[in-house]
Design a protein around this ligand. Sequence first.
Ligand code: NAD
Ligand code: UDP
Length: 370
Amino acid sequence: MTAFNQTVLLTGGAGYIGSHTFMALSDAGFTPVILDDFSNSHPAVLDRLAHLTGQRVLCERGSVIDTGFVAQVIRRHQCVAVIHFAGFKAVGESVQQPLKYYHNNVGGLVSVLQAMQTAGCQSIVFSSSATVYGDPDNVPITEQCPCAPESPYAHTKLMCEDILTSLRASDPAWRVGILRYFNPVGAHPSGLIGEDPDGIPNNLMPYVTQVAVGRRDKLNVFGNDYPTPDGTGIRDYLHVTDLAEGHVAAVRALLARHDSFTVNLGTGEGTSVLGVLHAFERASGRPIPFEFAPRRAGDVAEYFADVSLAKTLLNWRALRTIDDMCRDSWHWQQSNPDGYRNMAPHDLNVLQTNSLLSNHDGSRQPAASA
Ligand code: NAD
Ligand code: UDP
């Protein structure tokens, strides 16, 4: 099946994973359209995407909570599928402010599904997370492992999965692809798009990159007494470009077959905290100061995916190594020490010619002035 002229809506497409998926879809011949309220992203990313693709980037500014708006966008662009990234993702914040998470993550999905139904689009790929498994009894984790979410954030993901399963059962015309991501890291090899966390990063890789660039003194390694070879926690880190390509495979599978699926996206290999740290030292050529700190509450010792189903169902597997992930994270961090916040003048020129942001009231403006 050719992707030519097939438009796919990316809710939350201006964010970290969405922007990389925009690139992968565009490379595969699809026409991606972003819908984002920029609650956790910066309009400058649109300029970067325009620069990388050499094409005008279409972005509709608004919230997924607004069902009428989402339906209008799907109709206007004649979307054949939706990839639903929009949502909040900070586990700690979800414990402090659970209603904010249930409203945006669960309410947002229901709203998007209602909009899709109204607009006659019934293929959806959903961003779920390996966090739905909780503390697994065994690794590697297969999709059949029981789900035991521990945080409100993880609960929102499992509730969304359940909603999608019920919907599909009610009407088999729905095609649902649920993707459970392991630990996405890295950046586009151009260094133009990447992860841009607000404030002190919670996650390992952005923290390490900020230590390497001198924004933070040292890494606290949370726990060195786990039952793992070097005593530090093991995770399945996945290059964000591999993850983005996994979405292209999922959209293709949904459009080609009348099927629904739930699959893990990971590499199938675990790397310890010290393993990441040493890989980053190799990539950056800089020592990363660190000290051991107590275990972080809620962390598990070891977590990595069984990825055989993704291979069988989607014909997808991760191609990039932990060294590739560290190299690309480092390139992004060095090229953009302040993330998207301080744009170089040449970026503004590209933006004015190539990137068009539509506001909710229908007015249009270059993203630079947003
Ligand atoms: P991100 O915060 O970078 O991107 C999410 C985007 O959604 C942001 O651009 C934000 O502005 C937008 N958004 C939030 N609420 C919105 C709303 N109501 N309407 C419109 N736009 C809205 O996050 P990400 O890392 O790119 O994650 C994307 C998805 O993948 C999320 O659903 C997240 O829970 C899931 N996920 C992420 C990870 C990870 O480690 N990054 C792991 C597993 C799952
Ligand atoms: N970690 C760490 N120091 C940090 C951040 C994370 O030692 O500043 C460890 C954490 O304990 C875990 C691993 O790095 O073992 C991955 O943590 P991250 O928050 O990136 O992912 P998650 O725990 O959600 O899988």
